[in-house]
Design a protein around this ligand. Sequence first.
Ligand SMILES: Nc1ncnc2c1ncn2[C@@H]1O[C@H](COP(=O)(O)OP(=O)(O)OP(=O)(O)O)[C@@H](O)[C@H]1O
Ligand SMILES: [Mg+2]
Length: 256
Amino acid sequence: MTTAPIADRTTAVAARATDLSKIYGQGETQVVALDRVSVGFRQAEFTAIMGPSGSGKSTLMHCVAGLDTFSSGSVRIGETELGSLKDKQLTRLRRDKIGFIFQAFNLLPTLSALENITLPMDIAGRKPDQQWLDTVIRMVGLSDRLSHRPSQLSGGQQQRVAVARALASRPDIIFGDEPTGNLDSRSGAEVLGFLRNSVRELGQTVVMVTHDPVAAAYADRVIFLADGRIVDEVYGPTADSVLDRMKRFDAKGRTS
Ligand SMILES: Nc1ncnc2c1ncn2[C@@H]1O[C@H](COP(=O)(O)OP(=O)(O)OP(=O)(O)O)[C@@H](O)[C@H]1O
Ligand SMILES: [Mg+2]
């Protein structure tokens, strides 16, 4: 008999970390940023990663996304073990299979919205799938802003360009480190809505680091990190249930 949730048995895993550790420095100055973390990210699932500052959220995301090396354990994107790849292969995997959305939108100021969206594919020498590109642009509501430069767009619109850029190449998984951290709550809600739609309607897999319980409530599940370890996991989060969980962390932190 298995006790795994049904989704575990029926849905493929887009990325998985097993016993993943990341240690910075040595001796007295050693910091264990990740302490044997095991976690899977299922296809077409939206996961939020939460936890206090310094708990290892960005480190986990960067290691799983192939942006950073790790000390021990393993990471798989689809069927590929990251540890087995040479630098060039890792670069190619990142380019072909992974999308990124950063807190600072990282758009090129001299390019139009459309040119920014297709830039990664242009660099890779790949032709965008026009139908898919149209779907993505329609979904993020940028159809009438495509020739605008980033400076002519609001913060929310710029981040929507970044979301479209991440979606455009149909990556296996999209990672965002506080993708709404620089947005007002209305623009943030728009971007989170698009991310959730991309999961629901397009089957995209999304992993997002956030400090905001309202943002986390857009996800299908929330994993909580503390001191480099996963300490809890909540399915079907609401802003209230997430806030409740965070308060318990705070109480623990103060009494210890
Ligand atoms: N380059 C580095 N050298 C040494 N220690 C580091 C380095 N990068 C991160 N750390 C440490 O690793 C731990 C985890 O950092 P990480 O950036 O993953 O935290 P975080 O949960 O993303 O925090 P925040 O919410 O503030 O972004 C922290 O204690 C941090 O000081
Ligand atoms: Mg961080």
